[in-house]
Design a protein around this ligand. Structure first.
Ligand code: EPZ
Length: 456
């Protein structure tokens, strides 16, 4: 039965979760309109000093929104990075499915009681690969799902074969037709199973963990991903009534339950945004206090950064990063790996830093096959980088020079912003909509600590 959206929210409950009286009366918050401007201009040379607030993790928030599909009760999130374009795409998808979504600032409430379709169409899924994560929850709760195949993207082909194979191991019948994954659970629902992932996958671990919460019996995920975002997702699922153990290890066990309920969850801070601003402090020779950030989620990146000569400390809920601008950065080698190894989502930013470090550093990308698209753009700014297969040798140069450059994907784009912060003269970064997918208010955050940066 379809429930009218208006009857879903209880105003006093929403108020108790932090929503303002104005927002309860007003039109639904769709988040800020995406910028109509397409460029950022940065004039390099400023040391950065001050505080930057860290937002909730995009790569967790997108999955938590999918987890809300597992119940007909309301799920409330704090610290949601609501102004990101990816969050807007995921909201669009959930609303298309029939969910009620309420947002105000960093608060979000989702009620998937009125879901009316289990089809996630191409037009929405193609905007963002994270939408493949509706597959497991829809299949587990409704017994069927039809989700567009997300297709490749700039950083690699990014297949979803492991998601499909593992759901089949839970008993789902899956066919691929006309670009869609058609999945159907057996009569009586998905069946728990032992799943051995041939390769560590963040998305496959998350899809399966969510699907298994409502399966019959016990599911064990072996060679599971261990990213902090997966642990956070698991902790929210536990609040909803799921039975999960082994979070943060390579073996996660889920004992299926009949139904899940509502929950209230504060989203973990974004470790990739944190790491990006740590690199900004390192490159500019400044000192930044990153507010509400967790160093323990960045052990490998922070360990590498400290070897370049940067001081890093956790101070209560904040991280303080500083570098003496009179002492040059030292080069280091990095190799991306699944967590707790060095994150692929910080590779481009570290490469930007190595372009101005003393000596040469070797950057090896092992997760995605095409994640060096920032190299030609950094080279246009004077960087000395040689790519050989999955590795790049970065020979530090005394200075970068401002240039007109093109953003190609989220992390490549932010690497160009970082390079612009230290380049001589003006850097214009085109196609910044990539940045708006994952960095909340980046111009305001960097401008607030002394960067000469503006939308153009
Ligand atoms: C998540 O992507 C993140 N995205 C990515 O963040 C991140 O780079 C990646 O994990 C690795 O940390 C979101 O969370 C929305 P994977 P995901 O499945 O889940 C291969 C960013 O910049 N693979 O762990 O798609 C795959 O091609 C982004 O915020 C298969 O072969 O990554 C890749 O080589 C970009 N078959 C490797 O595994 C599958 O079925 C790891 O991918 C699934 C994955």
């Amino acid at each position: 039965m379809t429930v009218a959206k208006e009857s879903i929210w209880n105003d006093s409950v929403l108020r108790s979760r932090g929503f303002s009286p104005e927002s309860l009366k007003g039109a639904p918050d769709k988040g800020p309109a995406p910028s109509t401007l397409d460029k950022i201009k940065v004039i390099g040379g400023q040391e950065l000093h001050g505080d930057i607030p860290i937002s909730g993790a995009k790569n967790c928030a997108l999955k938590l929104m999918c987890a809300a599909l597992l119940t007909d009760k309301s799920v409330y999130f704090e610290n949601a990075p609501n102004s990101l374009r990816d969050m807007q795409s995921q909201t669009e998808l959930l609303e298309y499915l029939g969910c009620a979504v309420k947002r105000e600032g960093s608060l979000m409430a989702i009620n998937a009681g009125p879901v009316k379709t289990q089809t996630a169409p191409y037009d929405i899924v193609r905007k963002m690969r994270g939408s493949i994560l509706v597959l497991g929850p829809l299949l587990a709760r409704f017994g069927e799902a039809k989700v567009s195949l997300p297709g490749g993207c700039a950083i690699g082909t990014r297949p979803v074969d492991m998601h499909i194979k593992a759901l089949e191991e839970l008993g789902a019948q899956i066919t691929l037709e006309e670009g869609y994954i058609n999945a159907r659970a057996p009569a009586g629902g998905l069946q728990g199973a032992k799943i051995l992932f041939p390769k560590v996958s963040v998305g496959a671990t998350e899809n399966l963990m969510m699907a298994a919460t409502l399966a019959n019996g016990t599911t064990t995920l072996v060679n599971a991903a261990r990213e902090p975002e997966i642990t956070d997702l698991g902790e929210c699922l536990i609040k909803m009534g799921a039975k999960i153990t082994g979070l943060g290890t390579e073996r996660i066990t889920i004992e299926g339950v009949n139904s899940l309920g509502g929950a209230h969850h504060a989203i973990v801070p974004d470790r990739i945004e944190t790491g990006t601003y740590m690199v900004a402090a390192a490159m500019t020779g400044g000192s930044l206090r990153l507010k509400n950030a967790r160093l323990e989620h960045l052990s490998a990146a922070a360990g590498h950064l400290s070897q370049t000569g940067v001081a890093i400390d956790q101070d209560g809920a904040d991280i303080i990063v500083s570098r003496d601008p009179n002492i040059p950065l030292k080069s280091i080698d990095i190799m991306t790996e699944p967590h707790p190894g060095f994150p692929t989502d910080l590779q481009a930013q570290f490469m930007a830093m190595l372009t101005i470090a003393e000596g040469a550093g070797l950057v090896t990308e092992t997760i995605f096959e095409n994640r060096f698209m920032h190299v030609p753009e950094l080279s246009r700014m004077g960087a000395n980088i040689t790519v050989q297969g999955h590795s790049a040798i970065v020979r530090g140069v005394p200075k970068l020079t401002g240039a007109e450059v093109m953003a190609t994907d989220l992390r490549a784009s932010v690497a160009l912003v970082l390079a612009g912060l230290v380049a001589e003269g003006e850097t214009t970064i085109n196609r910044i909509y990539h940045l708006e997918r994952g960095y909340e208010n980046i111009v305001e955050k960097l401008g607030g600590v002394g960067a000469n940066i503006k939308h153009a």
